[in-house]
Write a protein that binds this ligand. Structure first.
Ligand SMILES: Cc1ncc(COP(=O)(O)O)c(C=O)c1O
Length: 486
């Protein structure tokens, strides 16, 4: 064998005839395959499945699992992603048989409990947003954006208005322009000013009656509250446009202010971030949207509704709806976890969440500013963006070098090179669930790293099985399937 056993794939460990356990062969005559599967689906070839002993399979997966980085094992300050602790209580509740074992095609009368839970969740999300109508359907923040933009398109179409532009600040998450483009809009970028906030003059230069939606993230991706948000919303509304709030950063606002009160007409939540759904590596997520009354008719179907008799049902009869955006009712497991979180904390608890998120981020900002530049960072909300530009200029150390070296010490790296408005960006979000000791240890480690030798840092990480994969090649030439000679 070429590779060491610990890094070999199951296919490479396979030996002909090796088995986990052998069950006695069946003494009931088998039904002919053709009677079970239509002939056109039958193939002659056998599948090249790996053949292994049980202990080899167990070791393979257990070893892989120990290489995982997660919030349960390590501090994970991945800016914008809100990797906070996921309480284990939610897992127990989401796994209750009455919730986990329902089939999406069951009769409504047999899932009244689940529908009631979803109905309450819709109401809680409406209350937190200050926007009365909610759809739980979208499966992620990005899909929430797309859903809301499709609704905006349907709304303007219904009114007979031709508006094809979506304005988006240059600090926005990449999903914002992607969603707008997929929804068929033309994207126009609005610049940030020297303080990292939306440049009002640039916004006014680009604002006209062709604008359908202004998408804003507040607090923005620099961790700054858009202090002109009321004026911005007035200006957008004055030309008949809609304000969309990217709610990915709601952990900074919970219980303190509501998007509907500062002018948003539509928003999405990232339940997997703000309300602790376990996430990472692409899901699962939930990105409910909340909208004003006049947009409610355009929500995707079904919406969970209640009759006067108290019976809950899935309301499909919504003639102006944009239709379905996801199968069945949405990502139920994540929505249930979000509901548990909201009910556990209550209004006071949610307020404490945002207080603690902002306090933690400001404490860490204060520590990190001692040795790294933070261009817009006198104060921040839930996250801040440091810059390694000076380190690069003076000592040829990049943000990537610093991020990679952190891995050697068991820290997940911050988000790097985003937002694009900060050169050599290191975007740090400690979240509200970390202790002062954890934040201090991280800051101390970061300080030590930026003092290390540049050549040594360029080779980091030194203690991990994989060091620096060719990320550009991986993105441009993805190999998504194992082939024997690859
Ligand atoms: C500011 C912001 N907006 C939108 C998104 C997209 O959310 P999701 O990953 O759930 O699709 C993210 C996710 O990282 C984000 O940080």
């Amino acid at each position: 064998m070429d590779k060491p056993q610990s890094t070999a794939l199951l296919f490479e460990l396979s030996r002909p005839g090796r088995r986990c356990h052998r069950v006695p062969s069946c003494d009931v005559p088998p039904m002919p395959l053709e009677q079970l599967v239509p002939g056109r689906f039958l193939a002659e070839t056998s599948l090249p499945l790996p053949e292994l002993s049980e202990v080899d399979v167990v070791r393979h997966y257990v070893n892989l699992s120990t290489r995982n980085m997660s919030v349960d094992t390590n501090f994970y300050p991945l800016g914008s992603c809100t990797m906070k602790y996921n309480p284990k209580r939610h897992e127990r509740l989401a796994a209750l048989p009455g919730l986990a074992d329902v089939h999406p095609l069951q009769e409504e009368c047999s899932i009244q409990g689940l529908l009631e839970l979803l109905w309450h969740l819709q109401n809680l999300l409406a209350e937190i947003a200050g926007l009365p109508a909610v759809s739980l359907q979208p499966a992620a923040g990005a899909q929430g954006e797309l859903t809301a933009l499709l609704m905006a398109a349907a709304y303007f179409h219904h009114r007979g208005e031709k508006r094809e532009v979506v304005l988006i600040p240059d600090s926005a998450h990449g999903t914002n322009p992607a969603s707008a483009a997929i929804a068929g809009f033309h994207v126009v970028t609005v610049k940030s000013n020297g303080n990292g906030l939306v440049d009002l003059q640039d916004l006014m230069n680009k604002l006209n009656e062709r604008v359908a939606v202004f998408m804003i993230t507040n607090p923005n991706t620099l961790g700054l509250f858009e202090t002109n948000i009321l004026e911005i919303a007035h200006r957008i509304h004055d030309v008949g446009g809609l304000v969309y709030l990217d709610g990915a950063n709601m952990n900074a606002l919970l219980g303190r202010c509501r998007p509907g009160d500062f002018g948003a007409d539509m928003m999405h939540y990232n339940v997997h971030k703000t309300f602790t759904g376990p996430h990472g590596s692409g899901g699962p997520g939930a990105g409910p949207v909340a909208v004003r009354d006049f947009l409610a008719p355009f929500l995707p179907v079904p919406v969970v509704a209640r009759e006067e008799s108290g019976r809950f049902f899935l309301d499909e009869n919504r003639p102006l709806s944009i239709g379905r955006v996801r199968s069945f009712f949405g990502n139920i497991g994540i929505l249930i976890r979000g509901y548990c979180y909201l009910r556990t904390l209550g209004p006071q608890g949610l307020r404490q969440v945002s207080d603690q998120a902002v306090l933690n981020a400001n404490y860490l900002l204060h520590r990190v500013r001692e040795f790294l530049d933070v261009p817009h960072g006198q104060r921040c909300m839930h996250e801040f963006v440091a810059s390694a530009a000076r380190l690069k200029r003076e000592r040829q150390i990049t943000a990537m070098d610093v991020a990679k070296r952190l891995l050697d010490f068991g820290y997940h790296a911050p988000t790097v090179y985003f937002p694009l408005v900060v050169p050599e960006a290191l975007m740090i979000e400690p979240t509200e669930t970390e202790s002062k000791e954890t934040l201090d240890a991280f800051a101390d480690m970061l300080r030590q790293i930026v003092q290390e030798d540049a050549n040594f840092l360029r080779q980091a990480p030194h203690a991990l099985p994989i060091s620096r994969p060719d990320e550009v090649r991986a993105a441009r030439e993805p190999v998504l399937r194992w082939l024997p000679d690859s």
